[in-house]
Design a protein around this ligand. Structure first.
Ligand code: ADP
Length: 191
C-alpha cells in the first residue's frame, strides 16, 4: 500500500502514522522526523533544515524532494510506505507523482485528519512541555498553521479530484482516531 497522511500541524499525523503503518505492514516515513534526526546529528542537511524549521517555514522543495526520493528507494519501502508530512507543496506533489510513475506505482489513499484550529494550538503547546521541540512556541505554531493553510491545504483538493481522500475526524482519543482511520482504509482488525 502507498498511503499519505495529511492534516494541520498538531492533528496527530505522526502518532497515527505509526499505528496505521504497523497495521498495513509498511514503514511510516516522516519528513519532520528525518529532518529532526539530521538536526540532532548535526549533518549538513540538518544544519540547512534547522534554519527553516525553527522559523516555522518549509524547508526548500529541492532539499526535501531529494531526501524523500532516497528514502522511498530503500528496500523496506519497496512494497509500500506511508508518507507523513510529504508532500506539502504543489511542487512536491508533482515530484512524488514522478517518483511513483518511475516505479510504476499509484497511491492507494490519502488520509486527511480534520481538527479544530484552537484545539491544535493547545495540543502543540502541551507537546512543547513534554517533547521540547524548538518549533513548538506559540509564535512559531501560528506561523506553521499559516504556512499549512497557504501551501498545503490546497493539496487536499488535488487529491480529492483524484478520488483518493479519506477524511477522518482527528479529534478525540488516540485509539478512537486510529480505529476511524483503519475503518476508512478498510484495514480493520483481524487480530
Ligand atoms: P508538524 O506537522 O507538526 O508541523 P512536522 O514534524 O511534520 O511537523 O514538520 C516539522 C517541520 O519540518 C516543518 O515545519 C518544516 O519546516 C519541515 N518539513 C517537514 N516536512 C516538510 C516538507 N514536506 N516540506 C518542507 N518542509 C518540511
Amino acid at each position: 500500500m502507498r498511503l499519505l497522511i495529511m492534516g494541520p500541524p498538531g492533528a496527530g499525523k505522526g502518532t497515527q502514522a505509526k499505528f496505521i503503518a504497523e497495521r498495513a505492514g509498511i514503514p511510516a516515513i516522516s519528513t519532520g522526523d528525518i529532518f529532526r534526526a539530521n538536526v540532532s546529528q548535526g549533518t549538513p542537511l540538518g544544519v540547512e533544515a534547522k534554519r527553516y524549521m525553527d522559523a516555522g517555514e518549509y524547508v526548500p522543495d529541492t532539499v526535501t524532494n531529494d531526501m524523500v526520493r532516497n528514502r522511498i528507494a530503500e528496500p523496506d519501502a519497496a512494497a509500500g510506505f506511508l508518507l507523513d508530512g510529504y508532500p506539502r507543496t504543489l511542487a512536491q506533489v508533482e515530484e512524488l507523482d514522478s517518483m511513483l510513475a518511475g516505479s510504476g506505482h499509484d497511491l492507494d489513499a490519502v488520509v486527511v485528519l480534520t481538527a479544530d484550529p484552537d484545539e491544535l494550538v493547545a495540543r502543540l503547546l502541551q507537546r512543547a512541555t513534554i517533547e521540547g521541540r524548538a518549533d513548538d512556541t506559540e509564535e512559531v505554531i501560528r506561523r506553521r498553521q499559516e504556512v499549512y493553510l497557504a501551501e498545503t491545504e490546497p493539496l487536499i483538493a488535488v487529491y480529492t479530484e483524484r478520488n483518493l481522500v479519506r477524511a477522518v475526524d482527528g479529534m478525540g482519543e488516540v485509539d478512537e482516531v486510529t480505529e476511524r482511520i483503519l475503518g476508512a482504509l478498510e484495514l480493520t482488525a483481524q487480530g
